[in-house]
Ligand binder design. Structure first.
Ligand SMILES: [Zn+2]
Length: 391
């Protein structure tokens, strides 16, 4: 058990009206919470990075629980394909900014919560300023650059970082806080996986309920840190396998050579995380990118090029770009001979992750002009041809 991360001075003066006492009565009657704990919740300031699959359940439950200040960072708009898991949003919200929609839903759940909306991408240049007023950070991001950024920023600012990630049927959660004697994300993963080897949820899919489980674990860990209750996930990685319905945990240690949270760190300020996660593979063989507008121009101009789709056949059934050649990524190395060498090859997939991997394969096979289509068929649909369905 650890002490509450909330300074008692901030909590002690807070008062509740009758409506709030009724609202929080199931907390107030718990001897572990009482009015003193509810004051701490009201004094607490929690930041959710990302208002998506993890941020949705986390922010809904934290708002309902009476957390005083809830910050959300997200620059996206609600898409139809979000609704399968992002329970903050309804069908009528599609096309709206996520944070405006989140504000309506969270205020409907609890009007006493002070919502701070940071409608921007969380990047190195704004990270320290954004997290500065908060007591604890929930990392609900879905990509490696943001995870490293949010962990490093929390180490530098001495704030607990509550980590969660989901992939198909599996989820993970932990609490990173070197200033409380736990490890940081980098102690666990000193290097990001090679670019393109780990697909994101948009590429690999995720069971809709799964981020609900993990986001709620993150919310519970935040509340425990605020109330100073129980055993934190500090120093433990919780792994959840939905298919086997099994929770396992792994003990984590601080890496004495961690470049960020060691006493004499070799990294003491935020980096370019996109570049860090792009890794040495990109440095070895620079990958040319083409955006969807440029591809459209070339097609309209009748330029000779091969458009290679490396998605699976069932994805091609859902949506395709006319004139494409379909070779799923898993078959590509055996079918390289099918690709004409006479013209530039533009590779695409759903969002651009698998195709980056495929483009590297083609380069290694000696095909000279290879381009990765930035944003994949998803970008093609939103920027060039809305008749191509999104999924
Ligand atoms: Zn570390």
């Amino acid at each position: 058990m650890i002490d509450s991360i909330i300074d008692e001075e901030r909590a002690v003066r807070l008062v509740f009206n009758d409506e709030e006492r009724a609202r929080y009565s199931r907390h107030l009657i718990m001897p572990e919470v009482t009015i003193a704990g509810q004051r701490r919740l009201k004094a607490a300031r929690i930041l959710c990075i990302g208002a998506g699959g993890l941020g949705s359940p986390a922010s809904l439950y934290l708002a309902a629980a009476g957390v005083g200040t809830l910050g959300l960072v997200d620059a996206d708009r609600v898409e139809l394909s979000n609704l399968q898991r992002q329970v903050l949003y309804g069908t009528a919200d599609v096309g709206r900014g996520k944070l405006a929609a989140a504000r309506d839903r969270l205020h409907a759940a609890n009007p006493h919560v002070d919502l701070q909306l940071h409608e921007q991408r969380f990047v190195s240049s704004n990270a320290m300023e954004i997290i500065s007023p908060y007591d604890v950070v929930i990392d609900g991001s879905d990509n490696f650059p943001t995870r490293y950024l949010s962990s490093d920023a929390c180490v530098f600012a001495r704030k607990p970082n509550i980590y969660g990630s989901v992939f198909r049927f599996d989820g993970q959660a932990s609490v990173f806080a070197p200033h409380l004697d736990g490890p940081c994300y980098r102690c666990l993963f000193p290097q990001p996986p090679p670019a393109g080897t780990v697909p994101n949820c948009a590429e690999a899919g995720v069971l809709g309920v799964l981020p609900g489980m993990v986001g709620m674990v993150q919310a519970i860990e935040a509340i425990k840190l605020i109330l100073g209750l129980g055993d934190s996930l500090l120093g433990r990685l919780l792994h959840f396998d939905a298919l086997k319905m099994k929770f396992r945990e792994f003990h984590l240690r601080r890496d004495p050579a961690c470049p960020v949270c060691d006493e004499n760190p070799t990294i003491s300020e935020l980096q370019d995380y996109e570049q860090f996660c792009a890794g040495p593979a990109r440095a070895r063989a620079p990958l040319a990118a083409m955006d969807v507008r440029e591809l459209e121009h070339k097609r309209v101009a009748g330029e000779n090029l091969t458009l290679l789709d490396v998605r699976e056949p069932f994805e091609d059934e859902i949506a395709r770009i006319d004139g494409r050649m379909l070779i799923p990524l898993g078959e590509l190395s055996d079918r390289l001979h099918e690709i004409p060498r006479s013209a530039p090859v533009v590779v695409y997939c759903h969002t651009g992750v698998r195709s980056a991997h495929a483009a590297q394969l083609l380069q290694q096979a000696g095909i000279e002009q290879v381009y990765n289509l930035t944003g994949g068929i998803q970008a093609w649909s939103s920027e060039v041809d809305p008749a191509v369905p999104r999924y």
